[in-house]
Design a binder for this molecule. Structure first.
Ligand code: FAD
Length: 353
């Protein structure tokens, strides 16, 4: 039974933006810390995990469970301790005043002393016929997550960067053959990965080729792809049991341009305590992690960000800044991170919108 929700205060202690694994975890921890948190779900309720057919690698669930089931469990657990959930989408955050302002698509405006940004990322889709329908039925964007389901199968990887090659190499542990389809005749991936992939007996490259559709068999799963040669225009049919797409991963960073430091790929820059360059604004999950990109890692980061938010608020109270007249960027405990932030990150005046 969920606890009775208290009326919203004029100024929130903390707000969480995003309803993926990082967001729910931040919600759970800040709720148990009695911060009366408010979570705004965003348009993609549950985040990427909600489009995951089966999650087998999240500890505590040996029988595996579907992505949407995991989302509901995370939500239920956080609500049990008092998390308030708003089904809305944030359109703007104002970070140069304290409390921060959060504006939403439904026209609401909130004030909050701290923010935990968990807006995640999304895979770039091929946008070809069959792709959406066959997600989880042979189409995947995560070899670490789904490779295991393809033991003894014939697979296709689409892409030519580091991720495509890394994941292609990983898939050779399970697959009998991995064909990497790339639209050009040379790869963007690092030389060491190229050498490894090209030397691998299970990997074959198909150059100057794009996938134009992913084809469904009678059992409702992937049976092949239709391809087109970008030089000759020749159309071919290729049989395969699975398609792994690695043509880019896009952080959901629209809210942060010109406000918070982003790296060259558009992820928020944080320190180990999940602090962004503005005191009181934390970030967790794939919006700041482009390396691990898992439910378990996003959950861990959501936990860290929540604990740090709690510490920030306690320090804020203890230092007497609770009158809100202070610029949070001048908050004393924040100084070490500003000093430690690499010069490139602080000087790089944010990735242009
Ligand atoms: C197809 C697929 C299968 C996967 N399978 C697995 C698996 O089996 N195991 C595993 O460990 N990992 C898996 N992953 C990866 C895992 O889903 C992600 O690592 C994880 O979901 C990242 O969590 P997150 O909380 O950072 O963000 P996300 O899950 O990306 O969620 C982001 C949230 O932010 C919200 N948001 C964005 N912008 C706004 C805004 N302006 N206002 C309000 N809210 C906003 C969105 O609505 C969404 O709720 C898979 C990923 C994909 C795509």
């Amino acid at each position: 039974m969920a606890e009775e929700k208290s009326p919203r205060p004029a100024v929130e202690e903390t707000m969480i933006i995003g309803s993926g694994p990082a967001g729910w975890t931040a919600g759970l921890y800040t709720a148990r810390a009695k911060l009366n948190p408010l979570l705004i779900t965003g348009n993609d309720y549950g985040g990427q995990v909600s489009i995951t057919y089966e999650v087998e690698n999240y500890p505590g669930f040996p029988e595996a469970l579907s992505g949407p089931e995991l989302v509901e469990k995370m939500k239920e657990q956080a609500e049990k301790f008092g998390l308030t959930v708003e089904y809305d989408h944030v359109t703007e955050i104002v970070t140069d005043q304290h409390p921060f302002l959060v504006r939403t698509a439904s026209g609401k405006e909130y004030k909050s002393k701290s923010l935990i940004l968990c807006t995640g990322a999304r895979p770039r889709y091929l946008e070809v016929p069959g792709e959406k329908k066959l997600m989880g039925k042979g189409v995947s964007y995560c070899a670490t997550c789904d490779g295991f389901f393809f033991r003894g199968k014939d697979l296709v990887v689409v892409g030519g960067g580091d991720s495509a090659l890394e994941e292609g190499l990983f898939l050779t542990k399970f697959a009998t053959k991995v064909r990497i389809i790339h639209r050009r005749d040379e790869l963007r991936a690092s030389k060491i990965l190229q050498d490894r992939a090209m030397a691998h007996e299970k990997i074959e490259f198909i150059w100057n080729t794009v996938v134009t559709s992913i084809n469904e068999g009678e059992d409702g799963s992937v049976v092949g792809v239709t391809t087109k040669n970008t030089v000759t225009g020749e159309v071919s049919e290729l049989k395969t049991d699975g398609v792994f797409v690695y043509i880019g991963h896009l952080p959901n960073n629209d809210l942060y341009h010109g406000k918070l430091h982003l790296d060259e790929d558009g992820h928020l820059i944080t320190d180990k305590r999940m602090r962004t360059n503005v005191a009181g604004i934390l970030a967790a999950g794939e919006i700041q992690d482009k390396v691990f990109k898992q439910v378990a890692t996003s959950v861990g980061q959501g936990c860290s960000a929540a604990m740090q938010a709690e510490k920030f608020l306690a320090d804020l109270e203890a230092e007497g800044y609770h009158d809100m007249g202070v610029d949070p960027r001048e908050f004393p405990t924040y100084a070490p991170f500003v000093a430690a932030t690499p010069a490139k990150a602080t000087e790089q005046e944010l990735v242009p919108a």
